[in-house]
Design a protein around this ligand. Structure first.
Ligand code: FA5
Length: 332
């Protein structure tokens, strides 16, 4: 038999050795005095070989013998373990000890990375709440009860009159009051909308709001911060452009698009609404608009995580399907 054939035959014999007696027979067949492996060396005519051939044979033979020994030992160990009686009181019906290491959800991983980028630019992270007052979510942002913008952000109302926030902009008023101005902060978190669901709309999703209030803040500052931030997220050079966009709490308001090479194609991607904070929004938080100005942006964090990982359907994030979640190994 050739070395390769011996290997295959040994594996087949080991697979059939289901008790220690059968294993002893296999061991004798291969490594015994008259065993297949032992005989290999006995039957070779070394005098007919060149020194190189002798050396090659020696190496291959030794490798085969150690392999046979270690495989026999492994099966021996397995059979001995199986032969041990179960410890007294061992309950076979208990679930197996299956502790799998989890990993950070791709949206939260993206959020943590973005928090680091903004911290490096001097922003603090303001947590906020998911259930907020109607005033914080709407009125403080120039969206009174009869404003059409309320329809676009239909939400879930609690019995005590509070709402599940429809956007992280709901934290603007509280942040200005609690942190005071000048201020640089981001507020990431979960938002909720009573939406018709499709591949880009969920009823529960993440946004990340940014707010910078200071003296003499301009649109140029907004563009510079956004460009630095996106270049850090995508780790490459980024172009940004602003198109007009309407939100009652900014004036002027924009939609920010960025352009970079994604999937081999250089194209514009619509990313986030933003704008200069409306003077009334500053006044509503006790900030004097004649002294201070600022910008705000509302990044769709879920959307960004989709872009980064090429996730085609937003609903996959909330399904808790392990086949999906396990594709994002821990990155920390
Ligand atoms: C807002 O929510 C504004 N608060 C953003 C803003 C902040 C404007 C500051 C100006 C200044 P909009 O409704 O467009 O805007 O939502 C912002 C982003 O959140 C969207 O671009 C999208 O990425 C994400 N988003 C909105 N609705 C959903 C949804 N149902 N599912 C998933 N992502 C959503």
């Amino acid at each position: 038999m050739k070395l390769e054939e011996i290997r295959t035959a040994l594996a087949a014999d080991l697979a059939e050795a289901t008790n220690e007696a059968a294993l002893a027979v296999v061991k004798a067949r291969y490594l015994g005095k008259d065993g297949v492996v032992t005989n290999l060396r006995r039957n070779v005519d070394f005098s007919a070989m060149t020194p190189d051939e002798r050396k090659g044979f020696g190496l291959a033979f030794n490798e085969l013998r150690s392999l046979a020994e270690s495989e026999l030992d492994a099966v021996q160990a397995r059979l001995s373990a199986a032969a041990q009686p179960a410890p007294a009181g061992f309950d076979y019906t208990l679930p197996a000890d299956d502790r799998r290491l989890g990993s950070i959800h791709p949206i939260i991983a993206t959020q943590l990375e973005i928090e680091d980028i903004f911290r490096s630019m001097g922003f603090s992270v303001f947590a906020g709440d998911e259930a907020v007052s109607e005033f914080e979510n709407f009125d403080a942002l120039n969206i009174p009860g009869d404003h059409p913008a309320r329809d676009m952000q239909d939400t879930f109302w609690l019995e005590n009159g509070m709402v599940l926030r429809t956007h992280t902009s709901s934290m603007q008023n509280r942040a200005m009051r609690q942190l005071g101005v000048p201020l640089r902060a981001i507020f990431p978190g979960r938002c909720f909308r009573n939406e018709a669901l499709d591949i880009t709309h969920e009823n529960t999703f993440y946004q990340l709001e940014g707010l910078l209030i200071d003296r003499d803040v301009s649109v140029a500052n907004l563009i510079a911060v956004m460009r630095d931030f996106l270049a850090a997220v995508f780790r490459r050079d980024i172009e940004v452009r602003l198109r007009p966009g309407f939100f009652p709490f900014v004036e002027p308001g924009f939609e920010l698009d960025f352009r970079t090479t994604l999937g081999g194609v250089r194209r514009w991607v619509e990313l986030m609404p933003c704008g200069m904070v409306h003077p009334q929004v500053l006044r509503n938080a006790g900030v004097d608009p004649d002294v201070y100005s600022g910008f705000a942006f509302g990044l769709g964090l879920t959307r960004l995580a989709m872009l980064r990982h090429g996730v085609p359907d937003v609903r996959l994030f909330n399904k808790a399907d392990l086949r999906f979640c396990q594709q994002f190994p821990a990155s920390f």
